[in-house]
Design a binder for this molecule. Sequence first.
Ligand SMILES: Cc1cc2nc3c(=O)[nH]c(=O)nc-3n(C[C@H](O)[C@H](O)[C@H](O)COP(=O)(O)OP(=O)(O)OC[C@H]3O[C@@H](n4cnc5c(N)ncnc54)[C@H](O)[C@@H]3O)c2cc1C
Length: 415
Amino acid sequence: MAKEVVIIGGGIIGLCSAYYMLEKGHKVTILDKSDMTSGTSYINSGYLSPSHLIPLSSPGAVKNGLKWMLNPSSPLYIKPRLNLDLYKWLFAFAKSSTTKHVNKSIPLIKEVTVFSQKLYDEIKQKDNFNFHYEKKGLLILCKTQEYLDEESKVVDIAKENGLIAKMITKEDLKIFEPNIEIDAIGASYYNCDSHTTPYEFMCNMKNYLIKNGVKLIKNTEVTDVNIKDAIIKNLVSNDKKIYADQFVLSAGSWSSLLSKRLGVKLLLQPGKGYSLNVNRTTNISIPAILAEAKVAITPMNGFTRFAGTMEISGINHKINKSRVRAITQASKKYYPQLDFTNDEIDNVKCGLRPVTPDGLPYIGRSSKCKNLIFATGHAMMGWGMGTATGLAVSEILDNINPSINIENYSPDRKF
Ligand SMILES: Cc1cc2nc3c(=O)[nH]c(=O)nc-3n(C[C@H](O)[C@H](O)[C@H](O)COP(=O)(O)OP(=O)(O)OC[C@H]3O[C@@H](n4cnc5c(N)ncnc54)[C@H](O)[C@@H]3O)c2cc1C
């Protein structure tokens, strides 16, 4: 039976959830507090990356995190502040950062990213969808032997998990990128990865949804939730009450603010990342991550995007210039022929990744609320996991077994 569904948040997760619900005949409305033209789902690096097998919460992250915390231009920064939610999150993050957790998470993450990529393939084939999508793999460039050795271990793990990956030499890099000099001692290469131009996909998807009857209500912030006997009665926005049979919470980094109203304490921290575009030819043709600097470079449709940093400093969109400089300077060190104009640097954007302490998303229902599906917490992987998450949300709605195993993604899980 067709249900009336309201989705809170129209980023990649909200749009993909609407897409699959629409396919199943449900009546869907998306509410978003923004004008739905910018934000994390628009400014990200566009990677569909099964290569990203290792969750953020890993023994290496704690080691590097402690080292980087004192450096204002480091790739990971946690701003010390008196905030109980942050302390709980940090404690849970440290607790999750074990080899056992990493080993358990690898096949889970791989399942979602590989399946999601397949679903992007399917969408790409449809009429009305004409977004930039290329399968050129991903290079992880290393300048030091220490990082090259680490990457080699990850390549082995990827191969054990059935992904196509290999180590390549400095000489090979010239064949991969013949038109630009690369200063690195070697790299890993993931044939299995692909990339997109996010803005194009988001615009295609919004147009498709509107054309097929989904209501997109912009500039409308959900400020409260009325709940009784574990059922949401209505949402509140601008003193108006909004009713539906079922609700989806896909409000990205803001999700924990609303979930508190339901009595569900989602551990979630916004992880700010910066992104800037070079609208000139750079001669970079293959996406690359700069291993030591954690900068992601993507040749998109008509421009090259440079993105990086994970700044845990609460919900804010302040631009920290030293971090932006760290991205451009690192890029120039790996690609010495690159240059950035002041305009390109001044046009930097930032977005907030919804980061969970264990590096796994929240997908599913909570025992505290029977007519709400959680779909958030995808951190650095929300783009690459968007389609599979959307499909899973629609399957949960229809009470059928989700195509991905969501057992480990419960919003009620304890850390
Ligand atoms: C620099 C950078 C690079 C990245 N690169 C990649 C990548 O290459 N591959 C990858 O897989 N992932 C990447 N990510 C991560 C990915 O972009 C995110 O995980 C993903 O976009 C999150 O999508 P979302 O829909 O959960 O949240 P969002 O895109 O943040 O959407 C949430 C929406 O909810 C709305 N909202 C919030 N609160 C309310 C409310 N109360 N009422 C109404 N609306 C509300 C917001 O306005 C927003 O539009 C990157 C992120 C960054 C910052």
